[in-house]
Design a protein around this ligand. Sequence first.
Ligand code: ADP
Ligand code: ZN
Ligand code: MG
Length: 473
Amino acid sequence: MQTEIVIGLEIHVQLATRTKLFCGCSTDYFGAPPNRHCCPVCLGMPGALPVLNERAVELALVAALALGCEIPSYSRFDRKQYFYPDLPKGYQISQYKAPIALGGHLDLEGDGGGKRVRLRRLHLEEDAGKLVHDPAAGRTLVDLNRCGVPLIEIVTEPDLRSPEEAARFLKQLRQILRYLEVSNCDMEKGELRCDANLSLSVDGQLGTKTEIKNLNSFKAVEEALRAEAQRQRSLLERGQRVMQQTFGWDPERGRLEPQRTKEEAEDYRYFPDPDLVPLTIDEAWKRRLREQLPELPHEKRRRWKREFELPDYDIRVLTEERGIAEYFERVVELHPKPKDVSNWMMTELLRLLAEEEHPVPKLPPERFAELLKMVEAGTIHRNTGKDVLEEAYRTGRPPKEIVEERGLARIADEAELARLADEVIAEQPEAVANFRAGNEKALGFLVGQLRAKTRGRADPKLAARLLRERLSR
Ligand code: ADP
Ligand code: ZN
Ligand code: MG
């Protein structure tokens, strides 16, 4: 029996709008007191009417354009009816028959690269509220702050072939959406979550799929899918059938948890929302948004490889976040040594950055370039440069100023070093005798002594020459 894993994902992404999809309530609900960001519209009071948020439409379009979707000139909103306490209207406004975007694709990078995952559709919908379980008190509370927060749902074709590939797809998608500033995609806040569908095809025959709901970390996606593939495989090996079913995932226990049986589309009794007019999107709007798209991460990586000749590893690390990538590009403009900039950024700057919650380095790129130039020119020693960087980073002061004030510049003053050379020769008769007896290594020792007197700031070449001159007289 030859089995193959088949996976398709349905991904929900919270759009980075300031207000909700159909009302003016703030979307900034994370950590807010429960039920504060609500109004008659998002609470579904009788007579309240939704008004579509243009910015949400725009962000959905930006995502769709970047993912190569087709954007029909007509789309509309449908009501999806179901009964659940976190959904006060009794229906969710979503898109069913006529979504805002169709098709599209994402090309997976890595292992030879180039595998294309097709997208089926991308649509707009509103989020539901949250139930807060309080088992100790034996009760469940409801928080409706999240009701009506705008989401896009992206549905893939069943093109993924392993749990690892599914996680990789999701990482790449997240990176693109963050570059586009369509969403923060903070998975801990539930801004990106996904339902994963999996089946096993046996000897090329497509099997029955199951669905795992609401996965909110890459690790959960990978582990839950691995567990489900294993479960289905052992059913098949025992000659049993896979039943269509929905699971939840318990990340602590690493366990699948059977939920209700799956609804069919008919159960939702979709129909066009009579409170909302259809959405028409004209060519001019699409054109304008397409022109404003930023360079996408994979495009950036391709260009960097061509222009900067950096190792793939450096490119991957430095293009992870758009802010960091653009910082790198600016520094290279000012100090056109890409590998040098990359080394300094990856070892020193990213370490400093990791110590705080800040998306881009606090140190302006101009200052960073100034520091690299001082090291390059030999004004300061490389190790001194690291200290200066750290201080400039923490205090925001210009590196040049720090070097001057603390007297860190390399000493290449011949008179000054000559005086120190004389001192060293007087203090180290043994090494001097050794050198005169033909031991070259003794010179290295004497140079070290001289540099110690300047706390490492003496120019080593000049120091060696001055010592040698004096010793061979
Ligand atoms: P449903 O009607 O059950 O909602 P859809 O056809 O709408 O199923 O697909 C929902 C998701 O399930 C999509 O992401 C799709 O790629 C995925 N999917 C469809 N068929 C399979 C399959 N045989 N194995 C795994 N995933 C599948
Ligand atoms: Zn509201
Ligand atoms: Mg479906």
